[in-house]
Design a binder for this molecule. Sequence first.
Ligand SMILES: Cc1ncc(COP(=O)(O)O)c(C=O)c1O
Length: 422
Amino acid sequence: MHNKLECSLTGESHDPSVLQGLSSAGKPLLARYPLHELQNFTPEVVRRRQNRSMWRFHEVLPVNNPDEAVSLGEGGTPFLRTIPRGEFARFEHLWVKDEGANPTQSFKARGMSAAITRARALGVRTVALPSAGNAAGAAAAYAARAGMKCVIFVPEDTPPANILESVAGGATVFLVNGLINDCGRICRAACDEFGWFDLSTLKEPFRIEGKKTMGYELAFDMAEASGSDTLQLPDVILYPTGGGTGLIGMWKAFDEMQQLGWIGSQRPRMVVVQAEGCAPIVRAFERGEREAGVFPNAATVASGLRVPAAVGDFLMADILRQSCGTAITVSDEELMRGTLQLSAEQGIHGAPEAGAVWRAAVKLLDRGWIHRSDHVVLFCTGAAVKYNHLLGADGVIRLDQHSRQLLVDLKRGLSQNEQHEL
Ligand SMILES: Cc1ncc(COP(=O)(O)O)c(C=O)c1O
């Protein structure tokens, strides 16, 4: 359990025992734990735990004991080594952390599990949030699990799957003719008016706590992959960045693990990946600025990346600098190609955001920024199933079961379809 909430800009302390939003400076609050008192919290103890969910790290999550968690089994996601096939063979050590295997099929489950756990413990009855899509579905599910009401504000062109899952989860859904920052403004006003708790990412302290568990898990995954007991981190992490909560969360996890004595001071180079049509953090990075402002006319099919303004912009800038990282864009065409490559060549049915990080990795390899021998991890933050509306069915072959020349038809179909070299 945390014993402090600190402003990420000024370090000012805020009361951890009551509901908190942003700090008095208007910046994200970060939970701090008495790490030096956690002598019994060791990698060996974590490894022995039966519970494979993210709550196996409960000492550094906002609970007094793990039974308090509002959980659907989030975390413990697959860590997949890519098969050296096609362009994937250009990397000697490439892994995908497949967050699509989470409840509600995205990494948003981790953040919602932690935030709704803490909100319930502090007596919240209704949560409200703006979302690009996946956070909405996750919030609806965890609120349902917790017996809370959930109000969601999403852009009207949010993927249908996200809207449907939110409604099915019992949430009240408002479709807004604007972007996620417009939704955020309306959500804030509604929370002030109706007394709902604002669950906007980084505007309450605990979604980041859930997402940081990706960083803890990664250290265990990497150790297991190399057959070692010593926790390890990769050389490079590519993260599809909207609000950046996962990136900031993982960085926090690395610092905590160092303070716990679990890892040393070495850090991965962190890579922010955004879409060409919405790249506020990349733009700020290229300009050498710490604050990113609002990206105009934000547009990309990767809905999770369509976040024109991020409250944690300055934290990402610091991480990119401290980690000797970089920030890069990919076009929508590139990221869709990457998504299909991951599916067809690796069997990993990821969200377009995953296609984005894969294509970004290839670009950085071409530029010599990533080396062939680097240990590289791609974050696949969600599953393809939410994005069926973006996928075509070209190449599907119709077959008449009553045809007298069934095998001839079948052969004709095969030869017409170049994809099927059987
Ligand atoms: C699939 C997917 N990937 C990435 C992101 C961006 O996440 P973050 O806010 O941690 O940058 C989102 C956010 O909606 C998402 O849904």
